[in-house]
Design a binder for this molecule. Structure first.
Ligand code: MSP
Length: 505
């Protein structure tokens, strides 16, 4: 199937409540998934929770709860976040589900059968916060490179023969220019792999909260082997059903920059070893700080996505997160910036355009959308064609994850439309050229319709409001139908304010 599109978020650790980082990765995937659906693709958008491992086991202990009860409870918060952010995922996988356990054991058996996993003994550093093993040479001032505390671990362990895949990985990176994006991340991964890969410990024996290694009850699988496999298990790897054949390999795994190594080195090596196709792209986005400071629980400055959505609105938060920083870079979350963006881009530019155009139509055209004009002037055509003639640009921007740039482009058109209102001055035309006034207002409504269509992936609620208000039928809201002009002679009423200004905070 050529027009299928499989996109994934990382699955989130359930040791704690969802924060802005989780909301951000999931939102970016939602935007891309929604765009692809609009463009006629059959999309599978997966997210979920990573429920095993030492970190989660410890969190359960701290809460004096059994791990299973604990994860059942915390996982719900992540589902709630999806609702709160208006995320349209197709599936939600939990690593404690049967379908996942079966897929992990199937992959393990295959790797054993092909001779890529062997039994040995691990002696080295482990950081529970990162759920990662570290070499002596990677330890900085007694800590993991991320700053996480490490502990010395010595235990029997199965190893995956990662070292054997070094050249094949390098070859794959070379032959597939965009496999790791953006390019700064690619360079980071290249130098790590060129530095030499050691075989990877893939089982643990010192605790039990995980998936049992087949035929060796003393071991549970290393949580990252378990977690990465979710991308296969969700689409039916355990019985390689039709969905699996349709959707594997994934088109994109979108992740944060901190977990690029697991996705761009370990995961492709596991897949190569299992003779499975590799995902087409691993894209790593940057990290948010909060008012200039690193976000951390100990600093007490974690941003709660439920609270900001409640306070500022879903589309407002979605817009800010996607517009504020070039996607892929780090950025700073500042309330002042959020308020400025909402007020200037949403209230003043888009909200105001919608409000004033529709109000003029209601007042001057008998509460009806004017009929489609027979003739447009060049300045009308310029506006009307500026989105629908540029759909390939938007497609490219989405395929290259330039999400902020997409919004910038739309706002140029919103700016042009506002300028056109001023220049054409329909309130003056009303007196001396009524027909021309109708053409101008129709041109603006048609442009607003296209703006509504193209903004659906980012601002699902407000674009829905715009399109409903303009009586655009549900089946004419996709990219393919953007050329169908809006119907005239249809009743229209004064809208309520789309984005009320945030006055004081
Ligand atoms: N469970 C693993 C992923 C396994 S995928 C097979 C994991 N989970 S996590 O809950 O710790 O992190 C999930 C995501 O949140 C990561 O992509 C991470 O980059 C992102 N973020 C965490 N803090 C962040 C910010 N401050 N800013 C942006 N994203 C951040 O890792």
């Amino acid at each position: 199937m050529n027009n299928k599109f499989y996109i994934t978020t990382p699955i989130y650790y359930v040791n704690d409540k969802p924060h802005i980082g989780h909301a951000y990765t999931t939102l970016a995937c939602d935007v891309i998934a929604r765009f692809k659906r609009l463009d006629g693709f059959k999309v599978y958008f997966l997210t979920g929770t990573d429920e095993h491992g030492q970190k989660v086991e410890l969190a359960a202990k701290k809460n004096k709860t059994k791990p299973q009860d604990f994860v059942d409870k915390v996982s719900i918060n992540f589902r709630d976040l999806l609702k709160c952010m208006h995320i349209e995922n197709d599936d939600f996988i939990r690593t404690t589900e049967k379908r996942h356990l079966e897929s992990c054991q199937k992959l393990w058996d295959l790797l054993i059968k092909k001779g890529h996993i062997y039994l040995g003994k691990y002696a080295g550093w482990y950081a529970i916060r990162d759920e990662a093993f570290f070499l002596e040479s990677e330890i900085i001032d007694g800590k993991a490179p991320s700053g996480a505390p490490v502990e010395w671990v010595e235990e029997p362990s199965y190893f995956f023969n990662l070292s054997k895949w070094q050249d094949k990985l390098l070859e794959h990176y070379n032959n597939n220019e965009n496999f790791i994006s953006p390019s700064t991340r690619k360079n980071e991964v290249l130098s790590f792999v060129k530095g030499g890969l050691k075989d990877l410990s893939v089982s643990r024996t010192s605790f039990s909260w995980g998936i049992k290694v087949p035929n060796d009850d003393d071991h549970i699988m290393y949580v990252w082997l378990d977690a990465l496999t979710n991308y296969l298990s969700a689409i039916g790897y355990e019985n390689e059903n039709e969905r699996f054949c349709d959707f594997w390999p994934a088109n994109i795994h979108l992740v944060g920059k901190d977990i690029i190594r697991f996705h761009a080195v370990y995961w492709p090596a596991f897949l190569m070893a299992a003779d499975l196709e590799l995902p087409k792209k691993i894209f790593a986005h940057g990290w948010w700080t909060n008012e200039g400071q690193k976000i951390s629980k100990s600093l007490g400055n974690v941003i709660n996505p439920f609270e900001i959505v409640e306070k500022y609105g879903v589309d407002q938060v979605r817009y800010f997160l996607m517009r504020e920083i070039p996607f892929g870079n780090d950025g700073d979350f500042s309330v002042l910036q959020l308020v400025n963006r909402v007020n200037s881009d949403l209230s003043n530019s888009l909200g105001n355009l919608f409000q004033r155009v529709v109000s003029m139509v209601v007042k001057n055209c008998n509460g009806k959308i004017p009929k489609k004009p027979l003739v447009f002037l060049s300045q009308d055509k310029f506006l009307i064609n500026s989105i629908k003639d540029k759909l390939d640009d938007y497609r490219d921007l989405i395929d290259n994850q330039k999400l902020d740039q997409y919004l910038k482009n739309v706002w140029v058109i919103i700016g042009n439309a506002n300028k056109y209102v001023d220049e054409q001055a329909p309130w003056l035309l009303k007196k001396n050229d009524f027909n021309r006034m109708e053409v101008v207002l129709y041109t603006l409504l048609e442009t607003l319709k296209q703006i509504g269509i193209i903004l659906q992936p980012f601002l699902p609620l407000s674009s829905n409001y715009i399109l409903n208000h303009l009586s655009v039928p549900a089946d004419l809201r996709n990219l393919n139908s953007i050329n169908t002009f809006i119907d005239g002679d249809i009743e229209i009423i004064i809208p309520s304010a789309l984005f009320p200004r945030i006055e004081n905070n």
